[in-house]
Each structure stands twice: as C-alpha cells, then as structure tokens.
Design a protein around this ligand. Structure first.
Ligand code: LRH
Ligand code: MN
Length: 385
C-alpha cells in the first residue's frame, strides 16, 4: 500500500485557466457570480483547487485569453499562491483571418500570421518558465473540394517544423487532434494517427496530447494511450468527459469506467512515473456548475480512477492472462474498479495535512462568498468568442 500512496502523493494534475471563467455553448454563455476578471484572479482560484486536493500544483494558460503585460510577474504571482504556470495553449481559432484555416490556410499571409502566434507562445514559455506548448488547430474544411487535403498537410508540416526549431532546451510541444468541430467535413489533425505521424517526423520534442472528448463514439481511447506510451509519444491528456461530442464535462462524470481503463494503461505503461513526462491536464467548461468545486471534483475523479488502477493485482492479472483465463482476468480487473477507494484517499489527505473531503472543506472555507463579494464590476473572463 505504501507504493500506491507514494504514487498518489506524487500525482500532478494541471487545471486549465479557462475553466475558472465563463463558458457555454453557441446558444448561451451563463455568467456566474465571483468569476475572475483577469489571469491573476484565475490563478488565485486554481490555487484553491491545489490547496484542498494537494495534487493540482500547475495551471495551463491560454493565449490571448490570459494575455498580460508582464508574464514573468504573472509567474511570480503564481509562485506566491503556491502554484506554477503549466502548458501554454496557442489560439489560432478565433481570428477572422482563420476562417479558411490558420497554418493550413491557402493564404501565405495568414499562415505567416498564425505561425508567428505560435512562436510568440514560445516566447511566453521563456517568460513563464513553462516547458510545454500545446497546439490545437481548428483547421479543416466543410465541403468536399473546398481545399486540397494533401496541400494542407504540407502547410501544417511546414509551420510545425518552424515552431519545432524554435523550441529551447527542455521545451516541447504537444499536438492535439480532434475528429470534428468547428470543421464538419475534414479536420486537418483529426485523429491520433495524423498527430503521431507529424510528431514522429519532427523529433523527440514533439508528442501527442489525447483530449478524451475528441474521438468518434466507440473509440477505444485506452488502446491509443497504450500505443502512444509504448512509442514514447504520449505527451499528455486533456481530460474531460462526454455523452455525445466534445461536451467538455467533468472528467469521469460521463464514463468513470473508461477513465479507469485509461489510467490502468497509464500505470501499466509507466506513464505515472514523473520522468515519463506525461502531462495530466484538465480541459473542461463548467457551463452551469460552480467552477472551483467543479475543478476540485474533477481532480478527485482522476485521483480515484488512478487509485483503482494502482490497486489492480498485476500478478494475478498476468497469471490469468497467460493461462487464457478470460473471466479470471476480467474479474481481477473489475475487482480493482469495484473497490471503494474513497477511504484510502481520505486517509492519504489527512496524512498530508489536508481535510479528508476537499469539497466539504472548500465549501466551508467561505472563499466563494469572499470572491462573490469582491469581484464586482470589471469584465468577467470567458472565451472572448
Ligand atoms: C479544443 C480544445 C483545445 C483548447 C480548447 C479550449 O476543443 O480541446 O484543447 O485549446 O479546447
Ligand atoms: Mn483540449
């Protein structure tokens, strides 16, 4: 049990700055009381999640949503709050120029503009001390014939190569794929294979990020995880869950069993070891639920799935698998999944000087009442879409 506790204590989940701002759908973005007005306040809220869970010490930024005059000062502010700046997310999906694509756009001027933004994000990594750039491209086409699918891959590869060459010592980028939306016929980085192929061509500083909401229904995501880990190309996760499409709901909320299966392949493939360099990031939107408790609950969901994955009796599983004992092997797997790990995690938190139940402790802290009273006026943060 001590190794399991040690692994759980070393767990590191990164929360996204944009989860603390207002978000919604094309139908409505509902504003909530106490929402941050700037990246400094977003970091303060993220620090609450770390304060009560103990395992969320970094915050991913999104540019320009988190644009500030002095990124080094923002990083200093984060340190004062007891957190750090994690991945820097580029944004080449909200400018009118990108209607027909960003780095894949037929126009060389637009491609230059998009690539320059990606390079600016590396400058921000230098200023914040972040080692990870996360690249997601909304690029794609809506109608057959609209553009040359192969030529767009050439343009994408050219831009990625320029960004790759700009990366400094200890820096990397993670390429994110997504099946569809906002493009509805062909997306230029639609699946893990496309992302993997580009990353293999580029080199060791390029890895793939698996956003759990970006697959076709029925996709076996844990297979993709096992494969990428084996290849040393799993750079990280954008955790969330969904019932239908890219719903960005709380991780583990829609399908806790899938999250367990994914975390088992992470554990089995050595991905939980800090030196494996797998970034466990959340990428979610709390459209109707309170933001900070939503993040705390999400971190706990990943922690519970991880604890269950660590409890799989690997020896018994390997024995049953080698004997072809199908039901026996499945039973070993399900025993771990059906184990209630909440008492273990409550104990672990108390041993680390934390309250056994982060949700109750946060609710009792009065922090929400404080920010709801203080954060009046100004512009609440959001996606700025
Ligand atoms: C795209 C995505 C990407 C982010 C955005 C907030 O759907 O998953 O990771 O840039 O959400
Ligand atoms: Mn994502």
């Amino acid at each position: 049990m001590t190794d399991i506790k040690a692994a759980l204590r070393a767990q590191h989940i990164e929360t996204p700055s944009w989860a603390y701002g207002n978000s919604g759908t094309r139908f409505k973005v509902f504003a909530q009381k106490g929402v941050p007005r700037d990246p400094y306040e977003k970091l303060a809220d993220a620090a609450q999640v770390h304060a009560y869970t103990g395992i969320a010490p970094t915050v991913a930024l999104h540019i320009p949503w988190d644009k500030v005059d002095d990124y080094a000062d923002l990083a200093r502010h984060a340190r004062e709050l007891g957190v750090g700046i994690g991945a820097i997310n580029s944004n080449v999906f909200q400018d009118d120029d990108y209607m027909l694509g960003s780095v894949t756009n037929p126009s060389a001027r637009v491609r230059r503009k998009a690539t320059d933004h990606l390079l600016e994000c590396v400058d921000i990594m230098d200023a914040t001390g972040s080692d990870t750039l996360k690249l997601w491209f909304s690029d794609g086409i809506n109608y057959p014939g609209q553009d040359d699918i192969r030529a767009r891959q050439d343009r994408l590869a050219e831009s990625l190569a320029e960004v790759y060459d700009r990366l400094g010592e200890g820096q990397r980028f993670l390429l994110e794929y997504k099946l569809f939306e906002p493009a509805f016929y062909a997306t230029d980085v639609p699946d893990w294979g496309t992302a993997y192929a580009h990353c293999v061509k580029l080199g060791p500083k390029a890895q793939v990020v698996v956003d759990t909401g970006h697959h076709a229904p029925g996709t076996n995501i844990e297979f993709i995880v096992a494969f990428l880990l084996r290849e040393g190309k799993l750079g990280g996760f954008d955790f969330n869950s969904r019932f239908y499409a890219d719903d960005d709901l709380m991780v583990g909320a829609a399908d806790p069993f899938q999250l367990f299966r994914i975390m088992f392949e992470v554990v089995r493939g050595g991905g939980l070891d800090p030196e494996a360099g797998v970034a466990f990031m959340l990428d979610q939107c709390h459209n109707i639920e309170p933001k900070i408790p939503g993040q705390i609950r999400s971190v706990m969901n990943v922690q519970e799935a991880t604890a269950k994955a660590l409890l799989v009796d690997r020896e018994a599983l390997a024995a049953a698998q080698s004997e072809g004992d199908v039901l026996g092997a499945n039973a070993v797997f399900m025993d771990a999944y059906n184990t209630d790990v909440r008492p273990l995690l409550a104990e672990l938190r108390e041993e680390s000087g934390l309250a056994p139940d982060p949700m109750t402790a946060y609710a009792k802290s009065g922090y929400f009442e404080k920010i709801a009273a203080e954060r009046v006026g100004g512009n609440q943060a959001g996606w700025g879409a």
